[in-house]
Design a protein around this ligand. Structure first.
Ligand code: ATP
Length: 235
């Protein structure tokens, strides 16, 4: 899709203590796009998401979202302006039931998905609504983590390896849900190692290596890069 960038990252550097991990990351995501960040373990993908949100030791460079400068915001700022985050190890309240987890978004969240809409998107969660978080499968936990963020009505979500460790049939359900969300206009930046999944949902890709973006291409340009991606990611 054409149009201005909803998220724009320019020359982003990040440090954990003395360790300089990002060395000038540039990327942009337009409204309505699903963009996937690929790369080996340690390439800096998770750190890029964390640096966008300001949850690294130190960062330098530009991050703007929906016309706002995220680098000047406090930690809760990005969520308030509609940038949701589902971290790698899933953010759910394990001691609460599925239904209780879905009741938690802050009061006054405008435009968030209703529980009925969540149930339509993830029928598994409807079936499991009285189950405690501790009894959910990995896939159900991932769905619930995404659902909790959707309840808050974000414009865009950052997803960190949503399919890690999940069975192929569950991976397909998550891909189907992301396609439905895209049809509703949600913008997505997703970190993935599962290239089959990524290929199924992404409009565009960025490849990271050593803390910088080393390649960027559209879904229609994947075919010509398969050998290189195979070498880089083992796909
Ligand atoms: P993975 O899939 O393994 O998470 P990644 O591409 O997301 O890979 P990052 O997690 O962003 O990579 O890590 C980038 C680099 O930063 C790695 O060298 C890693 O060891 C280092 N790193 C990550 N988190 C920390 C931390 N909390 N403190 C210090 N160094 C870290």
């Amino acid at each position: 899709p054409a149009g201005p960038a909803l998220l724009e990252v320019k020359g982003l550097h990040a440090w954990y203590g003395e360790s300089h991990v990002l060395h000038g990351v540039d990327l942009r995501v337009r409204e309505g796009e699903t963009v996937c960040l690929l790369g080996r373990n340690g390439a800096g993908k998770t750190t890029t998401l964390r640096a966008i949100l300001g949850i690294v030791g130190r960062r330098q460079g530009g991050v703007s979202f929906d016309g706002r400068d995220l680098t000047r915001m406090p930690l809760h700022g990005p969520a308030r302006v509609g940038l949701g985050y589902v971290p790698e190890h899933r953010g759910i309240f394990a001691g609460l039931t599925v239904a209780e987890n879905l009741m938690l978004p802050p009061k006054g969240a405008e435009g968030g998905m209703s529980v009925d809409e969540i149930h339509a998107l993830f029928p598994n969660l409807k079936e499991r609504r009285t189950s405690p978080g501790t009894k959910l499968s990995g896939g159900e936990q991932q769905m619930l983590a995404i659902a909790r963020i959707l309840r808050t009505g974000p414009k865009m979500i950052l997803l960190d390896e949503p399919t890690e460790g999940l069975a192929p049939v569950i991976v397909q359900r998550i891909a189907a849900a992301l396609r439905q969300l895209k049809a509703r206009g949600l913008t997505v930046l997703v970190v993935e190692q599962n290239f089959r999944f990524a290929r199924n949902i992404a409009d565009r890709f960025y490849v990271m290596e050593g803390g910088v973006v080393v390649d960027a291409f559209g879904a229609q340009e994947v075919e010509g890069r398969l050998d290189r991606l195979h070498e880089l990611l083992g796909v």
